[in-house]
Every structure is written in C-alpha cells, then in structure tokens.
Design a protein around this ligand. Sequence first.
Ligand SMILES: Cc1cc2nc3c(=O)[nH]c(=O)nc-3n(C[C@H](O)[C@H](O)[C@H](O)COP(=O)(O)O)c2cc1C
Length: 343
Amino acid sequence: MSFYRTALRPLLFQLSPDASHSLAQGALGFALPWRAVSAMQGLEVSDPRLRTRFAGLDLPGPVGLAAGFDKNCDLLPALSSLGFGFLTVGSIMPDARYGNPFPRIVRYPETESLGDSMGVPSKGRAYAVERLRSFTARKVPIIANIGGFSAEALARGYFEVAPHVDAVELSLMCPNVLAPGEHFDELVVLADVLKRIESRTKPVIVRVPNDTTQSPDRMAELIERSIEAGVEGLKVGGGRRAPEPGLGTQNATLHGRVIREAALANVETASRIARGRIQIKGNGGIGTAQDVLAMLKAGACCVDLYSAFIYEGWTVARDIHRALLASPASDLDRLAAVADHPQ
Ligand SMILES: Cc1cc2nc3c(=O)[nH]c(=O)nc-3n(C[C@H](O)[C@H](O)[C@H](O)COP(=O)(O)O)c2cc1C
C-alpha cells in the first residue's frame, strides 16, 4: 500500500472533495518537489515495451491523464514528471467562466468513483494559451481538450491552441440556454466544426459525448462522419448522469469504477463500428493494468484516467505501467502492434 493511500489520502478525504481538489492542485503548482519525488520513486516510463501510438502521437506509455484535472494548463511542469504517457489539459473554454455552484464534486469511496457538476469553470482560452506557450520542458505529448458551445467557438479554439500542443480533443458541449426553436445536435455541430478546421495541421480527437454513447445509431453516425473528415482519434468513455442531492446542481456526472463496465462496452461498440479506420482512446474507471488490458482488447490504443489519480495518488501511472510490464508478453503485443502501425 502506498504512502498516499495509507497516510495522505485519509487526511485529504477529511476535507470536502472541492477543498482537497484545490489543495492537490495547489501542491502540484510547484514543479521542483515533484521532479525530486519522480526521480526518487522512478515515476517516469522508459520501457520500449510500453510504447504505443494514438492519433499520430508516439506515446511512451498507454496510460494518460484525462481532461478536467488541469483545466487551465497551470500544472504541466509537475504533471509531466508523474509518469503519464500523455497529459490532457482543459477543457479550455473560449472565455473565463465561473462554473456551477458549489459543492461541485462528490466522492463515492466504496466504489472509488466520483460525481461532478463542475460546469466547466475556466480562466479562458487566452490564459491557457499563454500557459501552454510558456511551458517549454515538454516530456510527454500534450493533448488540449477544448470546449465550446458552437462550431465557431470550437474552430477558433482549435486554431489558437493547436500551435502549442501535440493534438486537440474536441468536446462538443450543449449550451445551457438554447434560443427558442433551437435544439442541440452534436452531429451537426461536429460536421460544421470539422469543415471549419479543414486546413488543420495537428491531429484532432473527437470526444464522443456521453449522451451519444447511449445511442448506438448516433455513435455510428458520429464515427462515420469523423472518419470521412479524416479525424485521427476518438475518445470513448462511459460517463452518465445521476441525481445527486449533495451537489449544488443536484445532479452529477459519474466517473470512476462505477462506469467501468459501461465504458468498456462503449469502446467495444465503437471499435466494432470503426473497424480499424480510426483509433480509439478508452476512458472510464481505469485503475489497474487489468482495466487497461481489457480496454486494449476491446479495441483501444491507449487510455486516460482521472478518478484513479484521486484514489491512488501520484504513483498511479507508474504502478499501472509496471503491472503491465509484468503481464504476459502476448498482452503487451497489442501495444507493440499499435506502436509499429503506420497510422
Ligand atoms: C472533477 C472532474 C472534472 C472533469 N472535468 C472535465 C472537463 O473539464 N472536460 C472533460 O472533457 N472531461 C472532464 N472530466 C471527465 C474526465 O476527463 C474523465 O472522462 C472521467 O473522469 C472518466 O474517467 P475516470 O473514470 O478515470 O475518472 C472531469 C471529471 C471529473 C471527475
């Protein structure tokens, strides 16, 4: 059992999830101590057997950090030392926004899961771009997840952020308030944004919206449109909404182990539809090497996680990568097959 699980986590979990979240982010605002921790604990991945490829990016390991933890790109110097195979920052929103009322995060420790109703708080794109520009000590690929409530906002976000990152992940978001007679159609918004960014030079990953994963027909349509437009990758998860009286909005999106089976099923479905024509990043409830292997078997090339970072602490990526190395060679062959694939 790690120091984090036995000593630090019980203390952190005495605080409200929102408070411990802020504390953890404060601690990760300092890069030097984390570089020292990383060197002492051997956090960084450097085994060629863990190499993989996703959306045109060479990843030193298949386990990355998912969007949402470093929304404003403030923590990259520290996060880069923690052994993730890639880092996803954001969601970067066009303008500064406060987000939803507190409390915004709830823990479900019995299932190592989280519920959130953050409402995408953000310091805005200009701030994030400045942070990305000033971060020069890049060790692993950086994917920027950009959010927006219209195709125009997403396209503009792509062009402003792309020069400073390795790939851009698009989050198609439904506006809270729609004009009379208007309804949000993620397929129409996607087609529009992909048209607007036709001249793009960096890989694009489409985050399949949680609601879309609930409808195989819409997911199939979204995947076909992405393939037609030459999108390099998909992020497929299993998040779902549930009532949660403990949150300011009374509703949560669920993450962590509680969504693992749904996430796996969604990746299987997406992979069946995609038939190898587009790569998939699996997400949802990943916390062990077995979870990663199940996602790879379902058709993913890599995974990213958030909840397990909260429950397992800063060694989570190293521990999963090490456990992967201890698994049978035939399991690791899946990674080798992707790493050597020209896509
Ligand atoms: C507190 C919190 C905030 C999140 N914020 C974002 C976000 O801003 N953008 C986004 O695309 N996903 C966001 N996510 C979703 C994660 O990227 C991830 O898809 C989700 O947590 C499922 O992975 P997990 O089961 O490993 O936690 C957030 C998740 C949590 C728990």
